[in-house]
Design a binder for this molecule. Structure first.
Ligand SMILES: NC(=O)c1ccc[n+]([C@@H]2O[C@H](COP(=O)([O-])OP(=O)(O)OC[C@H]3O[C@@H](n4cnc5c(N)ncnc54)[C@H](O)[C@@H]3O)[C@@H](O)[C@H]2O)c1
Length: 437
């Protein structure tokens, strides 16, 4: 099926509201400012540096993604957000210690002007955090209405024509699917009676969707991944996506595992451990927040390797994931992987990966791409779950009858084919027989 190119052009300014102004959010904001002032390059961002092949290989058409689809320009983005601490984005960035002193000095003026709005927060959902910059309300519904008011005030004050909200807040405790998530009506009733199944992140998602604002979830919390909110997003014509930015270790996993599977190499086990010392690491030191993250990290191999289809190769895998909070390491995480594989006649081999990464440096371009692609999707009239953005997530959202696609290369193909489809171009199948006929 071909879609005709009926995408509204990006008129006016785009407002970006981050829920949480910690390491990831401030590194993203600082990066956008540095890039638009030509002080740095947007490495890692598909929307800024990617190209897309169109037509046959012999056609020689590979425009940049920016030229191909009508994305908003970085110059037209206005930032805002919420946090449980009143620090400006500059103070928060300094605290997060991701950026070096030269970069911090360069963005000081810009980030100092970004002050968070008061957060909807409840310590029951993030045990290791407590803050003062928090909204008061009789019910969760009251808080959600206040968030809606914040969004509308931000839009008015900054004269933005469109807005996107993205959760860059801490990981909340693990929540199981619950009956109150079944429909938008049950969800509203649950907010009104302060039901414990309604986490603060869900209030932001509800407020964004009912304001017609796209919402992305960068953490592993359920948040917008519940039937009530996916249905509401469809009703309001709002695109949504999540969960959990795919950045360090899981990125490596979804690069490597499809390769082993493609070559039918067997696997006995995959042991992953992380050492990190930022606030995210501290929050994940709580077993209930870790459980949310663990579930998100563990799902990946099962879906890529398909043990039911390949019992001889992947029927007995031991997959372990550990996160160790170790303050001296700060945001510069170390992700260690030991992979036990086996080959021809069952002979065992080992692979060791030691990724000395920088968490927020890997996450910032993802935030930028998600914001720009969600805004594009909204202008293209797309609504509900945006599976083509799975590329960016550890636990991609998908329709209830589907399983998530985790293989990075399939995800990348899906994303680019969606852009071709949006613009009425032929999809690329990589068949290639026509070159030899
Ligand atoms: N950096 C990565 O590579 C990466 C990858 C995947 C997911 N994530 C997730 O992204 C999120 C942000 O990571 P980070 O490193 O910036 O963490 P961080 O701790 O530096 O920032 C999170 C911020 O959210 C705020 N916050 C918490 N609850 C809030 C609420 N209810 N409302 C408003 N603000 C709230 C906190 O005060 C904090 O400032 C975490 O959930 C993390 O697990 C990060």
């Amino acid at each position: 099926m071909r879609r005709s190119a009926g995408i509204a052009p990006p008129k006016g300014k785009l407002g970006v509201l981050t829920v949480g102004m910690g390491a990831v959010a401030t590194t993203f904001m600082a990066g956008v400012d540095l890039v638009r002032r030509k002080k740095a390059k947007p490495i890692g961002s598909l929307t800024q540096l990617g190209t897309i092949r169109l037509g046959k290989r012999t056609d020689g058409r590979s425009p940049s993604i920016q030229e191909f689809v009508p994305l908003e320009k970085l110059e037209n983005i206005v930032f805002g957000g919420w946090d449980i601490f009143p620090d400006t984005a500059y103070e928060a960035a300094k605290n997060a210690a991701v950026l070096g002193p030269e970069h911090l000095a360069e963005v000081k003026k810009f980030l100092s002007k970004i002050r968070p709005m008061k957060a909807a927060f409840d310590q029951n959902y993030v045990k290791k955090l407590s803050g003062t910059h928090v909204k008061k309300g009789r019910t969760k519904y009251d808080l959600a209405m206040q968030i809606r008011d914040d969004i509308h005030k931000f839009q008015k004050k900054n004269h933005v024509s469109r807005t996107v909200v993205i959760w860059c807040g801490s990981t909340e405790i693990f929540l199981k699917p619950h009956a109150v998530y079944a429909t938008p009506e049950k969800f509203v009733a649950a907010m009104k009676e302060n039901h414990p199944a309604i986490a603060p992140s869900m209030l932001y998602a509800w407020a964004a969707i009912t304001s017609g604002v796209p919402f992305a979830n960068g953490a592993p919390n359920l948040t917008v991944d519940i039937p009530a909110l996916t249905e509401l997003a469809r009703q309001h014509g709002v695109p949504i996506c999540g969960k959990d930015f795919k950045t360090g270790q899981t990125l490596m996993k979804t690069i490597l595992a499809p390769g082993f599977k493609a070559r039918l190499l067997g696997m006995n086990g995959w042991f992953s451990t992380n050492i990190l010392g930022n606030r995210d690491g501290e929050v994940l030191d709580d077993p209930e927040s870790f459980k949310t993250k663990e579930e998100s990290k563990l799902g990946v191999l099962e879906y890529i390797l398909q043990p039911k289809l390949y019992p001889d190769l992947y029927g007995k895998i031991h997959h372990k994931v550990r996160i160790n909070y170790y303050p001296p390491r700060g945001d510069n995480k170390e992700g260690w992987d030991n992979i036990d594989i086996f080959g021809w006649l069952g002979y065992p081999m080992q692979i060791k990966v030691d990724f000395l990464c920088r968490d927020s440096i890997l996450a910032a371009p993802i935030v930028l791409d998600l914001v720009l692609f969600l805004d594009l999707a909204k202008r293209a009239g797309m609504r509900g779950i945006q599976e083509w953005l799975s590329f960016y997530f550890k636990s991609p959202m998908c329709a209830p009858e589907l399983y998530p696609e985790h293989d990075l290369f399939i995800q990348s193909m899906k994303l680019k084919n969606t852009l071709r489809w949006m613009m009425g171009e032929d999809l690329i199948t990589h068949l290639g027989q026509e070159y030899y006929d």
